[in-house]
Write a protein that binds this ligand. Sequence first.
Ligand code: SF4
Length: 218
Amino acid sequence: MYVYEQILKKVGECIESISSDACLADIARIVTTDSDTYILENKDKTNFDFIACKKGCAHCCVVFITVLLPEAVSIAAYLRKEGRAEKLIPLLEERVIETRWTEEQDWSLLGKKCIFLDEGGSCSIYTVRPLLCRAVTSASAEDCHEALASRIMGEEKPILMNLLIKKTYEQSFHALADAMKNNGMDSAGLELTRAVLCALKNKDLAERLKKGEKIRPC
Ligand code: SF4
């Protein structure tokens, strides 16, 4: 649980003094950087050679992705900086309407690729992608393809993943959620599209979170 405790402590101290949405984005960056560092420091304890994930392979980018608000704020800040925010807002709104009645477990049945996947099959927000996207690796693209097809048929097939990577990012996600909760903030996980749209349309999320307000986007 080392990475969980480390992030819980560090983020807990930062969260106490947040004053703006920029601070929320900084917190998401700290969590990601510390998780990456932890994986690098422990790389001798695992084997990365079998990981088959590569640019352009995006079998996994059709599932429901859960994010915490600081992650969504960080993605929104990146999109604004890249000058892509205005163009994306109507597309995000459209996707939110299309998926309004879709349950989390049925998300992949829609066959909709993640809105942040570019035409070449690469993640267009790669540097700020969600923690739970980072957690996923696979030993075989074919296994991912089959697992997705099985899911559509109502069957769950396991995928061989790198456990160090999976556990590190999942623990980081929970540490961030718990740090928020310990500071009286809404720590609910939100669907990626809705959360980013909310962060693009609002610039007072830190203030509202500090007041204990529940943020329920769209
Ligand atoms: S955010 Fe990026 S990595 Fe995550 S599902 Fe979307 S395209 Fe894939």
